[in-house]
Ligand binder design. Structure first.
Ligand SMILES: [Zn+2]
Length: 549
């Protein structure tokens, strides 16, 4: 009898934050796991450490060059599309390597995969799977309350009474939301596999009332007939913690705008709904597969809070530090609760792994790369702010994954002859090197690949040039405000291109047969996590990297 393997992925969990919270005794469940097994910090993927490349490396053990996921959006490399063309990284055919749950299937184990990208959902693939992120129907939003409101293609009828709201969705019975406490929510069904979580909120500044929607996605499951049971157990999919609304000031002034904390309180309510949904979905999945299963479970709440608050913890906003940190800590504890649910199912023969795909980096400045090229006469914007390819020799790619591409012929709308390509790069590089935060400060771009470093782990899938930035600087493809190259960042934190910044380091904790209790593996590469997990699937097979090391 093989013991079960539970692998919980905490998106965005940073080693530095996790270590501090463990030292302060704030993550009791993870502390238990750490005492009984091994721990490590993980170095993020190179050269891009956005979520899709990082998750793909975590799940396959190979670098972005090999698995082909080069950012949130993947620039098209062929000559059959314009240089600015791109596709979604979550397209299942974009992944050119095999995720570990396929190894588990080969090893004869049942598998459960909960809300991870690239999952095959249907008759083949994992024994149990749930997936929704690839099919978003509507973004999260704050919708002024009226008798009729629309969410994506769905129209809802509202009956407004003094203290309550009765909402009639296109399918299913009406639901009533009582009172104006934003912490209360209702679940409504829009269609088969599509639903939403809604809250009522009154804006303190003017008393206007809004329906807060967490967005809508189409959920699919394997087996197909498992959908109703999942909806029953976990409610409609909650894929958004309302972070974008918070960031744009919808909930009022934020901490960095002298807010009093009310906006953050709503953000944390939203993120708690996100955390709870994934916890419930994974509990449901674990109940659907046998004891010997290999289960991969996703939890996005930490990434969601860190994008909004991490940058103010330190070092850029000392005055906000404590209040921002309290929010971050609260959400790490939500993830710890998810782990507690998993550990409650794990007997002594179980292997339990908690790993993240990347950490987080505070940002203070946006650098609008295409403004640099425009000022140097190498690029032009069209009237709509898009890149005018007929007048652009090289572009910072709108995929915003760190890469620049020469607009070569014979691509559609290409204007540079292939033999002129080195000349265009030679004109662009000094323009990029000339950008500094202050006249005497260091260059904003710390590395321009492959000019500054041998092209190790490099391929043409990362463009003609690729940028690494100073800490605190975030890349943008859009025109700068009033043509500015550098502008204050709106987002508090991000993870885009690889840098030496240690806050980008992720986490790895594993407990079970074969893992030495209390052992600290130090700093390992993200690529090394999958071989460790794979070894647990084939304990008898000699591996180059055993669980004992
Ligand atoms: Zn993220």
């Amino acid at each position: 009898m093989k013991g079960p393997i539970f692998w919980l992925i905490w998106d965005g969990a940073a080693s530095s934050v996790t270590r501090r919270l463990l030292d302060e005794g704030r993550l009791p469940t993870l502390a238990r796991l750490a005492r009984g097994g091994v721990s490590a910090a993980t170095r993020p993927t190179f050269p891009n450490c956005q979520t899709p490349p990082s998750l793909a490396t975590l799940l396959t053990g190979v670098s972005p060059t090999k698995h082909g996921i080069t950012g949130f959006h993947i620039p098209a490399t062929g000559f059959d599309s314009p240089v600015t063309a791109r596709r979604s990284a979550f397209d299942r055919t974009a992944l050119h390597a095999s995720p570990l749950w396929n190894d588990a299937t080969e090893a004869g184990r049942p598998t459960a995969v909960v809300h991870l990208p690239w999952t095959e959902v249907g008759e083949t693939g994992p024994t149990y799977a749930a997936e929704a992120f690839s099919r978003r129907i509507a973004r999260a939003g704050a919708i002024p309350i009226d008798n009729r409101v629309t969410i994506g293609p769905y129209e809802l009828t509202l009956e407004i009474d003094d203290g309550s709201l009765t909402i009639t969705p296109p399918v299913g019975p009406p639901s009533t939301l009582r009172g104006e406490d934003v912490r209360r929510s209702i679940a409504v069904q829009f269609d088969r596999g599509i639903g939403g979580v809604l809250r009522a909120w009154r804006r303190p500044a003017d008393g206007a009332r809004f329906l807060l929607s967490h967005g809508a996605w189409e959920v699919r499951t394997s087996p197909v007939d498992g959908l109703a049971a999942l909806e029953e157990a976990a409610g409609p999919f909650v894929g958004d913690g309302l972070g974008r609304l918070y960031r744009h000031g919808v909930f009022g002034p934020r901490l960095d705008q002298d807010g009093d904390g009310d906006a953050e309180a709503i953000l944390l309510v939203g993120i708690e709904a996100l955390a709870d949904h994934f916890r419930k979905a994974s509990a449901h999945a674990l109940g659907r597969v046998g004891r010997e299963a290999f289960s991969v479970l996703y939890q996005p709440c930490i990434d969601a809070v860190e994008h909004e608050l991490f940058g103010w913890c330190e070092p850029y906003a000392p005055g906000l530090s404590d209040r921002a940190w309290a929010g971050v800590e609260l959400v790490y504890r939500m993830a710890d609760r998810h782990l507690a649910d998993v550990l409650a199912r794990a007997g002594p023969d179980a292997t339990v792994i908690v790993a993240s795909d990347h950490g987080m980096a505070g940002i203070r400045w946006n650098v609008h790369v295409n403004e640099i090229l425009r000022r140097g006469g190498l690029l032009a914007f069209g009237p709509d702010g898009g890149i005018d390819l007929a007048r652009s020799q090289i572009v910072y790619h709108p995929a915003n994954n760190g890469s620049l591409w020469v607009n070569t012929k014979p691509r559609p709308e290409g204007i540079v002859e292939p033999e002129e390509c080195p000349g265009v790069i030679a004109r662009a590089a000094p323009l990029l090197r000339g950008v500094r935060l202050t006249p005497d400060g260091p260059e904003v771009f710390t590395k321009i690949y492959p000019l500054d470093e041998p092209p190790c782990a490099w391929s043409e899938t990362f463009g003609d040039l690729f940028l690494a930035t100073l800490d605190g600087v975030h890349l943008r493809a859009s025109p700068g405000p009033d043509g500015a190259i550098l502008a204050p960042a709106h987002k508090s934190a991000a993870h885009l291109t690889h840098s030496a910044q240690s806050s980008l380091h992720g986490i790895f904790f594993a407990q079970g047969p074969g893992f030495t209790p209390g052992r600290d593996l130090g700093l390992i590469e993200l690529e090394e996590v999958a071989p460790l997990v794979r070894h647990c699937l084939h304990p008898s097979r000699p591996g180059h990297f055993t669980c004992q090391t």
